[in-house]
Design a protein around this ligand. Sequence first.
Ligand code: CA
Length: 351
Amino acid sequence: MKEFKRILTITMITIFITTILISCNKKVIATSSRITQGQPVKVGVLLNRLNIDYIPLVRQNLEEIQKENQGKVEFTFFYAEENQATQDNTINSLLKEGVDLLLLNIVNIGDTQKVINKIKEYNVPVILFNREPTPIDAIRSYDKAYYIGTDSKEAGMFQGKILVDEWNANKLNIDKNKDNTMQYVMLQGEKENLEAIGRTKYAVSVINDAGIKTDEIALRIANWDKELAKDAMEALFLKYGNDIEAIIANNDGMAEGAIEALQKYGYNKGDKAKTIAVVGIDATPIAQDLIKKGYMTGTVVQDAPAMAKALYTIGMNLAYNKNPLEGTGYKFDDTGVSIRIPYKKYSEANN
Ligand code: CA
């Protein structure tokens, strides 16, 4: 009996050690066997959808980084077209095939925990970006998950400041009904999106803080989309027409849509007396052109090259199992897992 117990104990210890060894080995295979063999870091870039202004710019900058770092990194891009199930399928296949890093512009921020749990099973690092999960706990639940975003407050504040400057410099034209109040339309990206909510809130509060009264004629949710914004603005213009003194759009795409609607009614074609102030965010090439022509008042630069660089440098650290911020100038914000890329005020002079 004693001998049996001894054999049983030895067998159990052996099984235990073997299990540990196998699971350790699995981790190595899952994360870095390609890298240790000198192959490029394989990165899956999962994007929500193609037609949001800022996303193509991030992609373009990541492609440039790949060109400049031949043999070091290989990005593959996938679009979910606003479908979380599609994105989940892509993530599953990438994890099964083997991938060193995921960069994730998640479709449905409410699914973050579920998606993180899946990725965690494979021990693959992941950086979520641009669409901020709330609360941030899902990111905190996995030590290889991080978030890179912007400061929505800052974007809204820059936008508000553009309208304050325009009001002060050009009040005769803006304050059409001479009531010392800015009557505005807000075109918001999404209802529950933290970035959209922050942009909306701070754009208006900066105007008020500058001593200018505001009156919201309407707020429309236009899904960051040019065509939806155009339709919304056409309807609003028919209803309110010349009562509208400013249009604040959460992104340039919606600002462009609004301007197209105004132009249909003879507005924003260069005549200052028949121009409604329109501000956006992103500084897309189209918006820059509209500003140059005097059809659009201003925009804010969401720094796509800086975002791409942060995704790359922090992502490479994670793929190599290093501290995410090692050798970088980035700092975590008070969540301890998020980095914020600053916005810049767009001006024609430095673009
Ligand atoms: Ca007014």
